[in-house]
Ligand binder design. Sequence first.
Ligand code: FES
Length: 107
Amino acid sequence: MPRPQKHVFVCTQARPPGHPRGSCSASGCGEVINEFMNEIQARNLFETIGLTNTGCMGPCTFGTSVLVYPEGIMYGKVKKEDVKTIVEQHLLGGTPVADLLVPAEVW
Ligand code: FES
């Protein structure tokens, strides 16, 4: 298996309803990770883009949280509609999507 050029981690943590921290599961992470998979499949990026679901990465109030390495870029409040932009602008184009970055005090 070749080492991916970029690796995308999508938080898929769930918590019980009413939990004070909320969760990325409650914020629609399922749609987000499915859309990343759709984009990777449609563009045949399996050998260059890694995709992994994770537990909580910390900034729960900014779910769905998405972390991209090797840069260590953290995106917050990511929706399904944002995935294509992240793929085209950051993963393929090399420029992080400024509008989706979590605040500096968060990450
Ligand atoms: S639940 Fe996703 S970052 Fe905490």
